[in-house]
Structure formats: structure tokens, C-alpha cells
Design a protein around this ligand. Structure first.
Ligand SMILES: COc1ccc(C(=O)NC2CCC2)cc1-c1cc(C(C)=O)n2cccnc12
Length: 121
């Protein structure tokens, strides 16, 4: 069937979905898969002003909210930094966030992304 213009996946969206899938693989416990719930994280919504998680990033891709790769990377960093702010060093979540941020940014270096061509310019 022919995709209507509105349904046509923009090249950037397809790329971001692929990058998101690769980042999610680095979160095997799915600590970052969904918004953090105040019931499990007391006071979270008062401490963290701009929550972010992978499901929200996926929704933003689907809604074409990301106008550039840098906006996508900023949300990824925000998500990890939120976890390193709310959770004390040494906790399972602080360690997971630090590891995820490090591994994720390695995947998002220009060297790794250049093969994807001029989609990013
Ligand atoms: C979507 O968020 C989650 C989902 C599941 C779990 C979870 O399975 N936690 C089990 C490991 C020990 C209980 C934790 C979290 C979680 C993430 C976070 C983050 C990312 O800060 N968090 C902070 C305090 C308490 N729980 C969490």
C-alpha cells in the first residue's frame, strides 16, 4: 500500500529509532524504559524538574518532535543526569546511569555516525 505523506517516515526519525533501540540494549534492567514513579522514588518529581525516559523519547520520535540529532542526544543525557542527580553515588541506579551515559555517548560519536551519511547535516 502507498504510505500517505503524513505516514511517511522521515529519514531522521528512522535513524533516531535505530539509535534509540541500540541505547535501550544498554539498559537490560529497564530502569530507564519508563518514567520514574514517585511511589518508588520518594520526592522524585520535586527534585527532578525535567524527567526523561526511553518511552518518552520514543513518543517524541513518533511525533517528529526531534528536529536534530543533538536534541535527541540532549534528552538522552538529561535522562542519565537526572538519575545521577536523584540517586546517590554507589546506588544501582546511579551506577547504571553512569554506565549507560558512557556507553551511549560512545555510540553517538561523529566517527560512529559518519557512515550514516548526510542525513545528519
Ligand atoms: C522505570 O524505573 C524503574 C523501573 C523498575 C525498577 C526496578 O525494577 N527496580 C528493582 C531493582 C531493585 C528494585 C526501578 C526503576 C527506577 C529507575 C530509577 C531511576 C532511573 O532513577 N529509579 C529510582 C529510584 C527507584 N526506582 C527507580
Amino acid at each position: 500500500c502507498v504510505l500517505k505523506a503524513s505516514q511517511k517516515r522521515k529519514p531522521l526519525s528512522r535513524l533516531l529509532e535505530q539509535l534509540l533501540r541500540n541505547l535501550e540494549k544498554r539498559d537490560p534492567n529497564q530502569f530507564f524504559a519508563w518514567p520514574v514513579n514517585d511511589n518508588f522514588a520518594p520526592g522524585y518529581s520535586t527534585i527532578i524538574k525535567k524527567p526523561m525516559d526511553f518511552s518518552t523519547m520514543k513518543q517524541k520520535i513518533d511525533d517528529n518532535e526531534y528536529k536534530s540529532l543533538n536534541c535527541f542526544i540532549s534528552d538522552f543525557k538529561l535522562m542519565c543526569n537526572n538519575a545521577m542527580k536523584y540517586n546517590k553515588p554507589g546506588t544501582v541506579y546511579h551506577k547504571a546511569a553512569k554506565r549507560l551515559l558512557h556507553a551511549g555517548l560512545k555510540q553517538l560519536t561523529p566517527q560512529k555516525l559518519r557512515p550514516l551519511g548526510d542525513i545528519l547535516t
